[in-house]
Design a protein around this ligand. Structure first.
Ligand SMILES: Nc1ncnc2c1ncn2[C@@H]1O[C@H](COP(=O)(O)OP(=O)(O)OP(=O)(O)O)[C@@H](O)[C@H]1O
Length: 262
C-alpha cells in the first residue's frame, strides 16, 4: 500500500492542484503564439514523466530527470525572460495597484449605461477612420495599467491633448512625426516616433509587415491597447494581448475600446 500513498487525497491537495492548473493556464496564455510555447509544452511533458517515474519508484530515470529539471530552472529564466517580465508586470501593476482606483473610476465614468472614458475614444476612432480612407499608416498605443515609460525614451516626448486634428497631423505622411508609434496616456499624446518591440509570433499572417508586428509585440509584453491603420490596405486593426481584431464598423471599434478602457 506504501506505493499508493499518493492516492490519499485531502482538501489541501485539491487546492494545490487547482492553483497549479491556474498557474499553468496563465503561463500558457503568456507564451501562446510565441516560440516559447514549444519549450513550455516540452517542460510540461518532461515534468509529467518525471513525476510518473517517481511515483513508480523508477530510481535511475527519476534521478536523471530530476537533475535535468533542477538545472533547467536557470535555462528557464533565460528562455522565458520576456514572459517572466510580463508576468511580474501583470501582478505588480494590473491587480494590486489599480484595483482600488478601478472601482471608483468605473462609478465615476459609468453614466446612464454609457461608457465614458478618460481618453477621448471617439476622437481616436474618428481620426483612424479618416486616415484609413486616405491610406495613412497609423500606429497608436494606448496605455492602460502597465506604465509605458520605458517606451517614451525611444521617441520624442509630447504633451498634447488627444483630439482628431492632432492625431491626423502626427500621422500625416509629410509630417516629421509620422514614423513609428504615437503613445497615448490618459487623454494625452505623450510621445511620438516611438520604437516598439517587434513580435516574433508565427501566428501573424505574412501579409502583415513590421507595423503590425510591432503592434502585436507591445501588446504581448504589456496590457496596452494598439490601433493600426494599414498604409497598404486602409484596414483598421485593434490589437490586445497579442491578438488581432480587424474592424470595419467604427462604432463597434469605439465601443470595444471604451469597454477595454473603462
Ligand atoms: N518597431 C517599430 N516600432 C514602431 N513603428 C514601427 C516599427 N516597425 C515599423 N514601424 C512603422 O511601420 C512602418 C513600416 O511598416 P511596414 O510597411 O513594414 O508595415 P506593415 O505592417 O506592412 O504596414 P502597412 O500595411 O501600413 O504597410 C514604418 O515606417 C514605421 O513607421
Amino acid at each position: 500500500m506504501g506505493n499508493f500513498k499518493f492516492l490519499d487525497f485531502g482538501i489541501i491537495d485539491v487546492i494545490d492542484i487547482i492553483l497549479v492548473a491556474l498557474l499553468l493556464y496563465y503561463v500558457y496564455k503568456l507564451v501562446k503564439g510565441t516560440v516559447a510555447i514549444n519549450i513550455f509544452i516540452g517542460i510540461v511533458i518532461v515534468t509529467l514523466i518525471w513525476q510518473l517515474t517517481k511515483a513508480l519508484d523508477m530510481l535511475l530515470l527519476s534521478n536523471i530527470l530530476g537533475a535535468f529539471i533542477s538545472v533547467g530552472v536557470i535555462a528557464l529564466i533565460v528562455v522565458f525572460q520576456q514572459e517572466i517580465r510580463k508576468f511580474l508586470l501583470m501582478i505588480g501593476s494590473t491587480n494590486f495597484a489599480s484595483r482600488g482606483g478601478g472601482i471608483a473610476k468605473r462609478l465615476r465614468f459609468l453614466k446612464e449605461n454609457q461608457l465614458v472614458t478618460e481618453t477621448d475614444v471617439d476622437a481616436i476612432v474618428n481620426a483612424c477612420a479618416k486616415m484609413a480612407k486616405t491610406r495613412t499608416g497609423v500606429l497608436l498605443v494606448i496605455e492602460r495599467n502597465n506604465k509605458l515609460d520605458f517606451l517614451r525614451n525611444t521617441g520624442d516626448m509630447m504633451n498634447a491633448e488627444v483630439n482628431q486634428p492632432i492625431l491626423e497631423s502626427i500621422f500625416f505622411k509629410n509630417s516629421p512625426l509620422h514614423d513609428g508609434a504615437a503613445l497615448i496616456a490618459g487623454n494625452y499624446v505623450v510621445a511620438t516616433r516611438v520604437i516598439l518591440p517587434v513580435s516574433n509570433s508565427r501566428t501573424i499572417p505574412s501579409r502583415f509587415g513590421l507595423r503590425h508586428r510591432a503592434a502585436v509585440g507591445i501588446s504581448e509584453k504589456t496590457d496596452a491597447l494598439v490601433l493600426v491603420v494599414s498604409e497598404e490596405t486602409g484596414q483598421v486593426s485593434y490589437v490586445k494581448d497579442g491578438e488581432f481584431m480587424l474592424f470595419s464598423d467604427m462604432e463597434e471599434l469605439a465601443l470595444t475600446l471604451k469597454k477595454d478602457l473603462a
